[in-house]
Design a protein around this ligand. Structure first.
Ligand code: ZN
Length: 460
């Protein structure tokens, strides 16, 4: 291992430079205009896989953005590790909130700023660089490795399930490693065993056929903006509970043991809340902050569009109003069932004075695993090598649809090994990646492959 670690140390700067190159590509999956960049990013990633020494790398089409697949399978009799990441990124608005432009990566105080640095190009590269260090020094890997890099994670992994089912044989593995989550805090290596799912909806309220003069018509027609606000106000009560009938029916409750484990984690509620800048915390009564974040479902308006939003005044009754509403779900809530309950309830409370359309957008299932499998012990030992500290087990409030889906298909242990930090602004302006974590992550993964080679997967 000494040679490999020496190589990782010696190539530290080049590893950063190569990450900077791919962060420069604006692979925003939600934007039609950025389609060529998403494609370009897939090509760069494929090239990087081959340069790292993978035997095969290819861009595999889907009806949306392609998947980049790579493999090195020359360790007969050794376990096969499937590594997942994504190369698409979130949109960058509001642009004026960025200190340096999102696609002109900049290093300040040991952090690399840019869209996609932590979510998820940096985390994907951590694995690629660890693989390179093995192959360039030993000419081999201690395990078989398959990479799957998705281009639609930030738009709900629209075509992923179909892709995974179609290529089930190609993706067969003994263990799945996903690096797309944050650590609990600076210097605390973390393994994540639970994710929330997601149901994303749109509510459209249509009133008059066009915007109306509020002097000539105000008072005789229902205002879609007002009606939409009334509907939204009835989705949650003042204690933070969602009021949709049946919403909580399938929620797996926290066991006393798990509550104790979560309470013991070195987590500073106040410091974490301060990241928000909001004047006071809010959340469902009867739960701690970590419980609310990791083990309880939510309902949030993500966007509202209606009426005049430009400068000055315009006295109108808008013709329509639109809300984007998403719900973070926990095991065992079924995202499609939740979409149905949501739609039924919204229709039920909508007044007859407007036309209401409810649309289901993306969905993803949550994930909750036991961490008994010996592969988790291998991950703990590897992280200890990289970070000099024992890892903690955490859950995560975000969603990675891949995890629930691949677990359903392969039924193999899924280890969520995250190298991000909670204050790294994923999905927000000034996204960044701590370069020390990038480096330590690469070292950890180099050890991870070594330690996984000795795990007996027949037992698991
Ligand atoms: Zn991500």
């Amino acid at each position: 291992m000494e040679k490999i670690i020496g190589y990782i140390n010696a190539h530290r700067q080049r590893y950063i430079d190569e990450l900077i190159d791919i962060v420069k590509i604006p692979s925003i999956s939600s934007s039609r205009e950025h389609r060529p960049y998403v494609q370009r990013c897939a090509e760069v990633l494929k090239d990087q896989m081959l340069r790292a020494g993978l035997r095969r790398a290819q861009i595999m089409p889907t009806p949306g953005h392609p998947v980049v697949y790579g493999e090195w399978l020359e360790a007969p009799g050794k376990p096969t590790v499937l590594i997942y990441g994504h190369y698409d990124v979130q949109p960058v608005e509001p642009l004026d909130a960025w200190i340096t432009p999102p696609f002109e990566p900049d290093i300040r105080q040991g952090e690399l700023y840019g869209r996609g640095t932590v979510d998820d190009k940096g985390q994907l590269y951590i694995h690629l660089k660890a693989v390179e260090a093995w192959l360039k020094n030993e000419g081999r890997l201690p395990v078989n490795v398959k990479f799957i890099a998705e281009g639609e994670e930030e738009i709900g992994s629209l075509h992923l399930e179909e892709f995974l089912r179609q290529h089930k044989d190609l993706l067969q593995a003994d263990v799945v490693i996903i690096s797309d989550t944050p650590m609990l805090d600076r210097g605390i290596p973390s393994i994540c065993y639970g994710l929330r799912g997601l149901t994303y909806m749109e509510i459209e309220v249509q009133g008059p056929t066009t915007d109306l003069h509020s002097g000539s018509f105000g008072g005789i027609v229902a205002n879609p903006a007002n009606v939409l606000c009334e509907i939204i106000a009835r989705l949650k009560d003042e204690r933070g509970r969602v009021t949709i009938p049946g919403f909580y029916d399938k929620v797996v409750p926290l066991s006393e043991q798990e509550r104790q484990n979560l309470a013991r984690l070195p987590f500073d509620e106040q410091a974490y809340f301060q990241l928000t800048g909001a004047p006071a915390p809010f959340g469902e009564e009867g739960f701690t902050m970590l419980e609310r974040l990791w083990a309880r479902p939510t309902l949030d308006v993500n966007g509202l569009i209606s009426g005049h939003t430009g400068e000055g005044e315009k006295t109108i009754i808008p013709a329509r109003a639109l809300a984007k509403v998403s719900m973070r779900l926990v095991p065992d809530q079924d995202p499609d069932e939740i979409a149905r309950l949501f739609e039924d309830y919204v229709r039920h409370i909508a007044p007859p004075t407007v036309r209401v359309t409810v649309r289901k957008c993306s969905t993803g299932v949550g994930f909750l695993a036991s961490y008994e499998h010996p592969a988790f012990q291998a991950a703990i030992r590897a992280l200890e090598k990289g970070f000099g500290r024992r890892a903690v087990f955490i859950r995560e409030g975000g969603s990675i649809p891949f995890v629930g889906t691949i677990y359903g298909i392969l039924q193999r242990p899924c280890i969520l090994l995250g190298f991000g930090l909670p204050d790294e602004n994923s999905h927000a302006p000034n996204e960044k990646l701590n370069l020390e974590n990038y480096h330590r992550g690469i070292i950890s993964c180099a050890y991870l492959y070594q330690k996984l080679a000795d795990v007996d997967f027949e037992l698991g």
